[in-house]
Design a protein around this ligand. Structure first.
Ligand code: ZN
Length: 378
């Protein structure tokens, strides 16, 4: 008879370290090189034949967004638009006073994704004669979100931050503050648009661009890849900062990190190290495969850091300082709760942590306890 002794069945959470394949490790060290120096706000910079980079001003934690003017046969195609602000409108108007823009109109606007800093002036430009191109999800999200006009947070938003562990003075301030309504940051999203989809090609001037769709940062995020080695990446893969991967109170349990990592792996294979990346923020750069490898590796480090913290139960808010390796200011905390929940959702979907709702108010996350099972038994 088999002796009955006790063995420790070690939970996956204690041993599983997301592996970093050797190929990723090599790529990561290949280097990401800025292709241009920082340019003044509103001044077009030629980054390739027939392509101009224009930085537009933003208020808030990110102080600018990049848009790109592509020369077409009958005018200009603008990729992304900035937010619906006087500052962005002036910057676009001023930029298009410069040669070679001044003699031809903006005929098309392509938006990479529905975030207000990328689609905010699409309606304004369409009113002046341009046509809008976007993925269907982008257009639907923008049309839907512009209906929101609330003076106070709704019950789902309150439940979201309470479950993340917000309480006391911080919660009271959150309840008093008007939400940042999407409609305030976008001009009216046009009723009609042209749909762009995965693998669609767009002929613009002398180039053919292929559409590739990414996920995680914004659902159905369009990226454009030219036949001569240029990629317009929106916020899908940036240099200098990682894309925000936030879960929203409207869909609090979704695993966006998985979708984003899958997209990174796909885009890494589309580019070579010389592909010129024109991103939605920060500097244009070369080295997309290396950058995607860095981003995957960095996300894995964040997940491991979080996993190490969760030997004991924590709320999402209690994870923030460990996640970001510093003490966050109150406004940052409120913004980054959504990203912390995203990481926690991902670990839970992987089976590495579990959650427990305390008193229908607060969610606690932790590794599952170690299970002891007698040998010979299942
Ligand atoms: Zn974005």
């Amino acid at each position: 008879m088999e002796p009955i002794s006790e063995r420790v069945v070690v939970d996956r959470a204690m041993t599983t370290k997301p592996p970093l394949p050797a190929e990723l490790d090599t790529l990561r060290n290949d280097g990401v090189r800025p292709a241009f120096q920082e340019s003044p706000i509103g001044v077009p910079v030629q980054v390739a034949q027939g392509i101009y980079w224009i930085r537009l001003p933003l208020e808030g934690m990110v102080d600018h967004v990049n848009v790109y003017a592509l020369e077409d046969d009958d005018g200009w195609v603008l990729v992304d638009t900035g937010t619906n602000s006087d500052a962005c409108r002036s910057a676009i108007s001023d930029a298009f006073q410069y040669a070679p823009f001044s003699d031809r109109p903006i005929t098309k606007v392509i938006v990479t994704h529905y975030h207000h800093d990328h689609i905010g002036l699409a309606g304004w430009l369409v009113d002046q004669g341009a046509s809008l191109f976007a993925t269907q999800v982008c257009w639907l999200c923008a049309r839907m979100l512009q209906l929101d006009s609330r003076e106070r947070p709704c019950k789902e938003e309150i439940r979201f931050v309470e479950r993340a562990g917000m309480n006391g003075v911080e919660l009271a301030a959150f309840l008093r503050r008007p939400p940042s309504n999407y409609a305030n940051a976008v001009s009216t999203i046009p009723y009609a648009y042209h749909r762009i989809e995965q693998d669609q090609t767009l002929r613009i001037g002398d180039r053919t661009w292929m559409v590739h769709i990414g996920h995680g940062h914004a659902e159905h995020h369009a990226t454009l890849w030219s036949d001569d080695g240029i990629a317009i990446s929106g916020d899908q893969f940036l240099a200098g900062t990682a894309s925000n991967i936030s879960v929203h109170p409207s869909e609090p349990h979704v695993d966006l990190v998985k979708k984003w990592l899958e997209s990174c792996e796909r885009f890494m294979k589309l580019a070579d190290s010389e592909t010129l990346c024109l991103p939605g923020h920060n500097l244009p750069y070369r080295g997309i495969p290396a950058r995607c490898a860095q981003l995957i590796s960095s996300q894995q480090s964040v997940l491991l850091r979080l996993l190490d913290l969760l030997d004991k139960p924590k709320t999402a808010i209690e994870c923030l300082n460990t996640l970001y390796r510093r003490t966050l200011a109150p406004k940052e905390r409120e913004t980054l709760i959504a990203e912390a929940v995203g990481f926690l959702n991902h670990l839970q979907v992987q089976g590495l942590i579990q959650s427990e709702l305390l008193g229908d108010k607060v969610t606690l996350w932790r590794k599952p306890p170690v299970t002891r099972t007698p040998l010979g038994k299942k």
